[in-house]
Design a protein around this ligand. Structure first.
Ligand code: HEC
Length: 146
């Protein structure tokens, strides 16, 4: 056994241990870092969407008390003993369900334990229109029932 023999054996061994000269297996690439994308807040589509007719109805029947933009400051508001609801106020309207708003509109304020100076509209407006008015109020307050 001479030194050249050991040298050659050594080189051969290293080559074999190295995987016969093949590229060592690569680690799979690291997954891209998680980027937190905030969920897009798209409100669920409503069964009774707001149409131009809904907006016209609100202007014709509701705006004199609730105001043209729903702020509760219509031309008739100062003459009422109880101020008309501000339909843009989410903190109150979040506490009311769609059913409660529907009933208030259809059967008047008293039916939901509110003031009678909120008239009932069931004889004037059909159910679809009232449902779409509820959708419109949800649009004005940009809120849903909690
Ligand atoms: C004569 C004035 C008047 C008109 C017209 C009127 N409202 Fe009202 N409305 C009120 C008053 C006053 C209240 C507040 C009652 C209370 O807080 O006790 C009210 C409250 C409400 C409420 C909230 C009920 C609740 O649960 O607190 C809704 C919803 C509503 N009105 C919808 C309408 C819609 C829709 C129309 C048109 C179709 C309309 N109102 C027309 C006076 C009016």
């Amino acid at each position: 056994m001479n030194r050249a023999y050991w040298l050659i054996t050594g080189i051969l061994l290293m080559t074999i241990l190295n995987g016969c000269g093949q590229e060592p297996e690569k680690e799979p690439p690291a997954p891209p870092p998680e980027v937190s994308v905030p969920p897009v807040q798209t409100p669920a589509p409503r069964a009774h969407p707001v149409t131009q007719e809904t907006r016209d109805t609100y202007q014709f029947y509701c705006a004199q008390c609730h105001g043209t933009e729903g702020h509760g400051n219509g031309i008739n508001a100062p003459h009422l003993t109880v101020p008309p609801r501000d339909h843009t106020k989410a903190d109150y309207l979040e506490t009311r369900t769609d059913e409660q708003l529907f009933t208030a509109i259809q059967q008047g304020g008293l039916s939901v334990g509110r003031a009678p100076c909120m008239p009932s509209w069931g004889a004037t407006l059909n159910e679809n229109t009232i449902h779409s008015l509820v959708s419109y109020i949800r649009e004005l307050c940009q809120c849903e029932a909690l």
